[in-house]
Write a protein that binds this ligand. Structure first.
Ligand SMILES: Nc1ncnc2c1ncn2[C@@H]1O[C@H](COP(=O)(O)OP(=O)(O)OP(=O)(O)O)[C@@H](O)[C@H]1O
Ligand code: SF4
Ligand SMILES: [Mg+2]
Length: 371
C-alpha cells in the first residue's frame, strides 16, 4: 500500500524514480546528520584543544516580511567543525566569498553564530553576552588585511598601543610605557616611533603596529585575516616571519586566512579548504598538500607553481562561476563546477567524514571508494 502511494506521488510530481531515490537518500542522510549533530554537542570538550568549533552556521537575512520573519537568507558558513591545539596554525583557504572572514568573525563572536558551538579555552562561549565576552576579548584578537584603515589616524603609535593595555589592566599604570616599548621592540618597531602617527609609516610598518596592538593584551588566539595581501611581496615575507617568531615566543594559536596558498603552506600546521560556506577538506598540512582528496582542493592546489622546471604542471581549470551563497546548488554545492560530478551529486549532499586520521572531506567519490 505504502509503495503504491509512493509510486503515485512520484508519478504525480513526474519525477524520475532514480531522482526520487536520491532525494530520499538525501533526506535520510540529513536526518542521520541531525542526530549526529546533537550527539556531537553532548561530547566532552577536548582538553588538548584551545579551540573547538562544532557545526558552526552563520546566515545573514536578505529579505524580511513586514512582521520581521526572515523570508530569504544567505548561508555564509554552513556546518563547519574543527579542532585546534594551542600553538598551532590553521590556514583557511578558498575562493572569494566562500565564508572565510565570516567564519573568523563568528569564532570571535563579532558575528553571533546562527547555530553551532564555539568552545574556547575550556569554555563554551557561544552564548556569552557582551559583558562575559569582554573578559574573553583579550584572549582572542584579530589582525585585518588593510593596515591603512585599521589604525586611528590622530593617535600616536604610543597611544594606540597603550590604550588596550590600560583598558584591560594588563600591567600597573606606571609600567605601561615600558611594556609597550618592549612589545614594539618584539614587533620590530623602533622606540622613537612611540611619538609618531600612522600616516608616517609604510604598509609593512603599519601592519607591525596592528600586530603589536593585537598582541598588547596577551591573547591566546589570533585570527589573521589576509594580513599580508595588501603588502608588497618583499614585505610579506618579513611580516610572515615576524608572525612565526611571535607565535613561538608567545605560544600563540593562529587562524590564518589567505588566498595565497604558498603563504598558507609556509605558516600552517593544519589546513581547512572552504567552498561556498562549507569546509570541504580539512587536515594536516602535509596530508593536504601531498595528498589532497577532494576534487575542489585538487583543482585549487593544481594552480600552485612548482619551483622545479622539470615538473610538469597539471593544472585543473574549473569551469563556470562560483554560485551565489544566497541560492546555492542542491546536493554537493560543488557539483556545478566539479569535473567528476555525477547525477547523484546534484541531489545528495555528501557527508563530511574522516578518511585518514585527522583528514576529513565531503565527497561521494571518496564515500564510494571507502565502501
Ligand atoms: N554582514 C553581511 N551581510 C550580508 N552578507 C554578508 C555579510 N558579510 C558577509 N556576507 C556574505 O557572506 C558570504 C561570505 O563572505 P566572506 O566575507 O566571509 O567571504 P570571504 O571568503 O572572506 O571572501 P574574501 O576572500 O573576498 O574576503 C559572501 O557572499 C558575502 O557577501
Ligand atoms: S560529491 Fe560529486 S560533485 Fe561533489 S566533489 Fe565529490 S564528485 Fe564532485
Ligand atoms: Mg574575507
Amino acid at each position: 500500500m505504502a509503495d503504491k502511494k509512493k509510486k503515485a506521488a512520484i508519478e504525480a510530481q513526474n519525477l524520475d524514480p532514480k531522482i526520487q531515490e536520491y532525494l530520499e537518500e538525501d533526506a535520510k542522510n540529513k536526518a542521520e546528520f541531525a542526530a549526529q549533530r546533537e550527539e556531537d554537542f553532548k561530547q566532552p570538550y577536548d582538553p588538548e584543544c584551545i579551540l573547538e568549533v562544532r557545526h558552526m552556521r552563520k546566515t545573514f537575512p536578505l529579505q524580511k516580511s513586514l512582521l520581521g520573519k526572515v523570508e530569504r537568507e544567505l548561508v555564509a558558513v554552513d556546518d563547519v567543525s574543527f579542532k585546534l591545539k594551542a600553538g598551532e596554525t590553521l590556514g583557511i583557504v578558498g575562493e572569494s566569498g566562500c565564508g572565510k572572514t565570516t567564519l573568523g568573525r563568528a569564532i570571535l563572536k563579532l558575528h553571533q553564530p546562527t547555530d553551532g558551538r564555539i568552545i574556547f579555552d575550556g569554555e563554551d562561549i557561544t552564548d556569552f553576552n557582551t559583558k562575559k565576552m569582554r573578559k574573553n576579548r583579550t584572549k582572542m584578537q584579530i589582525i585585518f588585511q588593510d593596515p591603512y584603515s585599521s589604525l586611528p589616524p590622530r593617535s600616536t603609535v604610543g597611544d594606540i598601543l597603550s590604550e588596550p593595555v590600560q583598558v584591560h589592566n594588563i600591567v600597573p599604570k606606571d609600567e605601561v610605557k615600558d611594556y609597550v616599548l618592549k612589545l614594539m621592540d618584539k614587533c620590530g618597531l623602533r622606540d622613537y616611533y612611540f611619538e609618531r602617527y600612522p600616516h608616517e609609516f609604510s604598509g609593512g610598518q603599519r601592519q607591525r603596529i596592528c600586530i603589536a596592538r593585537a598582541l598588547s593584551v596577551n591573547p591566546k588566539l589570533v585570527i589573521c585575516d589576509e594580513p599580508v595581501s595588501a603588502l608588497d611581496v618583499s614585505i610579506q615575507a618579513q611580516i610572515i616571519n615576524l608572525l612565526k617568531d611571535l607565535q613561538k615566543s608567545m605560544n600563540l594559536t593562529y587562524i590564518f586566512i589567505s588566498h595565497d596558498l604558498s603563504v598558507v603552506k609556509f605558516i600552517s600546521d593544519k589546513i581547512g579548504v572552504m567552498y561556498l560556506g562549507s569546509m570541504v577538506e580539512f587536515g594536516n598540512k602535509e596530508d593536504i598538500f601531498s595528498n589532497p582528496i577532494h576534487p575542489y582542493t585538487k583543482a585549487l592546489f593544481s594552480a600552485i607553481p612548482n619551483p622545479n622546471p622539470d615538473v610538469k604542471m597539471n593544472r585543473i581549470v574549473l569551469g563556470g562561476d562560483i554560485p551565489s551563497p544566497a541560492n546555492p546548488p542542491s546536493g554537493c554545492r560543488f557539483h556545478t563546477r566539479c569535473p567528476h560530478a555525477t547525477e547523484k551529486c546534484k541531489y545528495v549532499t555528501p557527508t563530511y567524514r574522516e578518511y585518514e586520521e585527522g583528514h576529513f572531506a565531503a565527497c561521494h567519490l571518496l564515500e564510494d571508494e571507502a565502501k
